[in-house]
Ligand binder design. Sequence first.
Ligand code: ASP
Length: 331
Amino acid sequence: MKRRHFLKRVSISSLGMSIVPSLFTFAETSETTKNNMTISQKKKPIAICTWAFKNATAMAGEALSKGAKALDAAVIGAEVEENNLKNTTVGKGGTPDREGNVTLDACVMDSNGDCGAVVCVEHITNVAALAKKVMTETPHVMLSGKGAEEFGYQQGFKKEELLTPSSIEAFEAWKKSPEYKPIINIENHDTIGMLCMDEDGDIAGACSTSGLSYKMKGRIGDSPIIGSGLFIDNEIGGAAATGLGEEVMKTVGSFLIVELMRNGMSPQQACKEAVERIVKKNKGYKDFQIAYIAMNKAGEVGSYCIHKGFSYMTYKDGENTETASQSYIKD
Ligand code: ASP
């Protein structure tokens, strides 16, 4: 039996006084029931996400505070950016591929180790929720393209045009001098990776993107790949990525960060080590951006990126805070 569950079932009267203080350090918040005989323990919920998507962490945090499970809150947070037409690399309004098709990728991972993903979805906005349906309603982990969309319509998702007047305008301008440059710098990536811890202390996450701007048709990045764009191990913590997906995939970045935390690193140290491996692998070449966020089981969070300019949001104790990430290149 896990210690937390064990403690829930233990009556105060059966505990020696010397044990009681350790109970209260284990649980961030504790409350006694009306007869003072049993203890129920609730963690303070935490939601973090890539970038300054303050509405995403606010919505996810509010849901967590009302008792939502971590995965539901992570999907709620991802939906905020999927529905945000001003975000040009997530959901509706996302930048198309070089042939003018918007194709969305997403994945989710739950505290019990289950996961779901969709790739190359052209007509459904809320792909993190669709990935969750793949997890809960099919025996599979990943569905692609038309199959993912047909499954989505069966599940009640609406068929939508994901191009918007402004994304069409930007695409038309790009077509005038279409340089194929699959590099993500500090300006052109806004993938949302969300990590949530609920009142039970369970961790889950979601990651959603339209991928590289004007990518090759069919290109998939790290964001929907479990272990690359997102990974959760509820005993240890979780991590999520944004930036040049190819480099994240080659180093299985989010899985790596969780394993580094398992071996004793803090979320911050683990994100730093994962970024440094990418720089080292590229023999010091770092003319692209990668950024990671991570959270451990104790509710500590951290982040690291290659270039300055990346920040992340943290919702905790009812406060929603933006933090500038430390970076490999300091200026
Ligand atoms: N990681 C995403 C990809 O490579 C892009 C991004 O973070 O904006 O598809």
